[in-house]
Design a protein around this ligand. Sequence first.
Ligand code: SF4
Length: 455
Amino acid sequence: MSGPERYAQLRATAKIHERPLFRLGHSFSELELQARWFAGDFGKSFTGTAGETIDVVQFGTWNREAGPDFSDAAVRINHREILRGSIEFDIADLNWESHGHATNPAFDQTVLHVFSERGTREFFTRTSANRQVTQLQVDPAALPAVFSSNIPLARPGRCQAPLRGLPEEKISSILDAAAQFRLQRKAQRLERLAGLHGEDEALLQEFAAALGYKQNKLPFTLLAQRLPLKTLRALPNEIEASLFGVAGFLDAPDLAEFKPGTRKYLRVLWDSWWPRRAELERLILPARTWRLSGTRPLNHPQRRLAALAAIAREWPRLRRSLGKEDLGAARRFFAELAHPFWNFHYTLTSQPAGAEMALVGESRITEILANVVLPWRQAQARAAWPDYTKLPARLTNRRLETGAARLFGDDPRRARFLRTVAQQQGLLQIYEDFCLQDESDCAQCPFPEQMQKWV
Ligand code: SF4
């Protein structure tokens, strides 16, 4: 049995229930749910509110016109012929009525009305032509925990004592197996996304998420969904302006306030954005979607957005580098991304920095390789694991520190178990599968006993 298979078996002893998307009491934003819907996180085969079988054949595109949220979608109801049209995603079924969709002809082509909350009285979704639209209720609580941030207290757990007594090779072998399991899961996610949106779009969405990590993963994902690669690359000279415009970063303050270099750059962006603004207006992200405070200036989302624009612009070169067996080719692609403005500025309006800065720093490149490039290789059945084990750990985070404190306590070997990205990922997997599932303060967690049997 392979390492990941053995880990899957070990994991099966825990009562794994994927955690809810958000902590209890968190109110879902419609945008977050729509992004998860479009990413296929709710699945693609459902049962409608009237018991119909619903298969989403094509999730469509984020709609930039007046009308439902997603256009050019395709669904199959009760295994009959494919229906093409739009999909509307609301928080509550009654939003259809209260938002005036029932009388708005722009919603007449809706083939599916999705919502997460159902009112107490029965509600039928109808178009202005009085056609009944199939309804689907989805359950956000059943979503996998991608954006969850439930962190328990960091104190050593029950497994710390037995782990201390285990030889280093055995602990490394458990961490490796958990990391390989996690890599496979990431590969499966990419495969699923590619099945929904095509390889290029799936990759762009994952690169965007990696650039947005962690506070702005949602707006970056939304941008890549709303401005797909084929849209961006249709107007290659306007990629940057479109992304900054749809991000909502191109308001119109007084240009005279800025230094000449900044003024010149902003002028170029605005000149390309304004003619397209009306066409793309409906896709512009609300300012509240962004988390702009608490990030290091070097990692400001506007710098990361410039990197996403450069990635889209250089897409054919990036794809060639991804096709090479040498991981160094992809690493060099990201390291060599450059921009005359963003190599010297933290934000659109900041003063120039004293020294040149990389557009994508070393630690972000490592994260991109670990979370997108190598899972992509794995999905293509190409060698990924040997390179994965060589990626040095450059970052840590609260979840990782908490996991390390719970499993290893003050074991003097603790730092040695977390030197590579693979080891970190293995620890995170164990932490999520066991610590975050545990509701017994370790007493009923099967991990300590199971790992003793690990061979
Ligand atoms: S919940 Fe399980 S894996 Fe986590 S610290 Fe406790 S015993 Fe260890």
